[in-house]
Design a protein around this ligand. Sequence first.
Ligand code: ADP
Length: 485
Amino acid sequence: VAAQLRSSGLLQTQGLIGGKWTEAYDGKTIEVCNPATGDVIANVPCMGKRETADAISSAYDTFKSWSKFTATERSKCLRKWYDLLIAHKDELGKLITLEQGKPLKEAVGEVSYGASFIEFFAEEAKRVYGDVIPATLADRRIVVLKQPVGVVGAITPWNFPLAMITRKVGPALACGCTVVIKPSELTPLTALAAAELSLQAGIPPGAINVVMGNASDIGETLLESPQVRKITFTGSTAVGKKLMAGAAATVKKVSLELGGNAPCIVFDDADLDVAVKGSLAAKFRNSGQTCVCANRIIVQEGIYEKFLNAFSAAVRNLQVGNGFTEGVAQGPLINEAAVQKVEAFLQDATSKGAKIQLGGQRHSLGMTFYEPTVVSNVNSEMLLSREEVFGPVAPILCFKTEEEASCPFFVQYSGLAAYIFTNNVQRSWRVSEALEYGLVGVNEGLISTEVAPFGGVKQSGLGREGSKYGMDEYLEMKYVCLGNM
Ligand code: ADP
């Protein structure tokens, strides 16, 4: 696979600064490994403050010209980038499976999903409308302009190596901003391949820069620079809070997509098949490693037994293996720390009375493969209910009343995605309104799309990605008053 990628020019292993592929200035590198085999795929530069400062300068210089491109010109560049991403869908999918581990079908799906943000925002680039407001004085005219915020620092995680980048960079470039991307050190190769395609698409050198290496040095440099006007981040709540605090020194705009603790609520009146299929998808996509993954499956007592049996049977059918193997639905976890987290959460749960229905062990394949797991008798005291497990573990809780289910515990913390399964239309509306979450899936476990606003409330984040609202994050509003007209 690596050889095929190399021949198509998509295996880039250097950072990108001002359109030039660049090593770390001290020559240091880090290994990128295949989580399914442990093999080293490539070495990438371990960059830090100096490289980041140069990337910021290049983004700052390029902003002057890119922001002056007409909307149509920017739109055309983005559309070309989209076309190239789609033309290389299979190779990019393989690259994602190689460095991230997800099944190839899911990886190719991520390329389509990731590319869709570039297509969508290529179109939105043309719709950055200002406003004219009726003035309060006869000789005045009041105009509102929308202008790009400037240089954007984009810090992204490893669970969607392409899509987490495109949904930031798409709207940023569409608005006329330029970016410094810091992808996860675990999955930088997809970011670099996408950046290579952006150059081929005619997006000017310097509009997209990619640095990776020492995350906290890169983060600090982005935060401290007055030239960086915006930080957009997807990742853990802890790092998000640090970045928000750091952004205060220069009062940068901040968008954050942080952790969730998604409840998946199955009511007695749900269609059992729909509920099983939907919760399975919401829980086990990407081996449970997404911020919108169902973290707690809360089932009403009347349907509890039936659901538990049908859900466990469906989980038993999930095939675990190398993402390149046909038919595999569950790849490895990203690293050993992820497996240890799953083990610690399960240990905590069983010590407090939870029952393992299925799985609960490392998989016989070794490495970071873990058995798809179903746990019953879960209660609100267990880590499994309180925090994101970020792995293939489905905790099942039982509830009695709608009220109990729609105000789940820990309401004060996270609020990203929630799912409900019910055939009662009034209830679906009532509960959707009551849930303090940024996204609600009703009778559906997979709801992300480029056309809808994605984002959390409370400590799950700030701002929205995707949709027309995703543009606002990269725009400033300017009031121009024309007097003495
Ligand atoms: P995850 O648990 O998903 O890896 P993290 O929040 O640790 O979540 O990582 C998300 C992204 O944030 C990664 O690109 C990571 O390198 C980066 N990151 C981690 N710590 C810092 C930091 N102190 N400053 C800037 N970026 C950071």
